[in-house]
Design a protein around this ligand. Structure first.
Ligand code: SAM
Length: 272
């Protein structure tokens, strides 16, 4: 579905195109990136280039990943003259970021990343970025506010789920600020929130077995941890007791450190 924009191009709702039009929020997001002259910043979904232009004005090199090829000629016209703008057409939920950096900026071991994420695919992109985090140093991401509430939900909060634990295992998370619907065209129905993610080193978040453990723990949110784990592990109550975790607890009450303890105890018993 498309929406008329009073602009030569139409916004494609199917691609989550809600463009930032409020310069104050553009500056706030770019300030959060702390751009330094000549560093490389990866931008997912540059759209019409609101964040891109501000990043380039601050002297950085922008490596943009945009799925909608129709936006690319205008992006190149507007920004190519700086000599610091590269845009590739790709799906950010699958893009090999290491390969892109090696191709365009081989001297850059890690880069910052910024994105006003398309909502329809933001959790898939986030899970992909958890896998790709070793070539990233600092991520400033805008999501719909519900997603940020989910990924920052503390133990005991019913919003806490698989995505929360995966993100905590992969990143240090800091909620920055909220952005109202009026800051976008077309205007979304919901508020957005911006978070900073700082990648953690390689660890359980990279293991398929850890992800399976957390996913089975949350498989039925009303059930106890022991009941959920039973489907995937022969004697979960023994491991839970060894980890000092009451088997009657629900998955949403566990802290990251408890998941990690349980994983260490179950690791040998999980099929690879
Ligand atoms: N950054 C611009 C801004 O702040 O105004 C645009 C943000 S808009 C919410 C999301 C952008 O992501 C759109 O330009 C859309 O075409 C692009 N996009 C959608 N799906 C994508 C995907 N899978 N990979 C890369 N970009 C995508």
């Amino acid at each position: 579905m498309v929406e008329k924009m009073g602009h030569s191009m139409r916004a494609k709702r199917s691609l989550g195109q809600n463009f930032l039009v409020d310069g104050n929020y553009v500056s706030k997001i770019v300030n959060a990136v702390h751009p330094e002259k000549d560093e490389v910043v990866i931008e997912i979904g540059p759209g019409r280039g609101a964040l891109t232009r501000e990043l380039l004005d601050r002297g950085v090199k922008v490596l943009a990943i945009e799925l909608d090829r129709e936006l690319v000629p205008q992006l190149r016209d507007d920004n190519g003259g700086t000599g610091r703008f590269i845009v590739v057409v790709a799906d950010a939920s699958e893009a090999d970021i290491r390969k892109l950096l090696d191709q365009f900026y081989p001297e850059t071991p890690t880069a910052k990343l910024v994105a006003n994420l398309p909502y329809y695919i933001s959790t898939a992109i986030l899970q992909h970025l958890a896998n790709e985090r070793h070539c990233l140093s600092d991520l400033v991401l805008m999501f719909q506010r519900e997603v940020v509430e989910r990924i920052t939900a503390k133990p005991g909060n019913s919003e806490r789920g698989y995505l929360t634990v995966l993100v905590e295992a992969a990143f240090a998370v800091e909620r920055l600020f909220d952005v109202p619907p009026e800051a976008f065209r077309p205007r979304p129905k919901i508020w957005s929130s911006v978070v900073r993610l700082i990648p953690k080193p390689t660890g359980p978040a990279d293991d398929a077995a850890f992800r399976r453990l957390v996913s089975s723990g949350f498989s039925q949110k009303r059930k106890t941890l022991a009941n959920n784990l039973k489907a995937a592990y022969p004697e979960p109550t023994v491991a839970l007791a060894d980890a000092g975790i009451d088997p009657k607890r629900r998955a949403e009450t566990l802290e990251l450190s408890e998941w990690l303890r349980l994983y260490a105890l179950l690791a040998d018993r999980i099929e690879p």
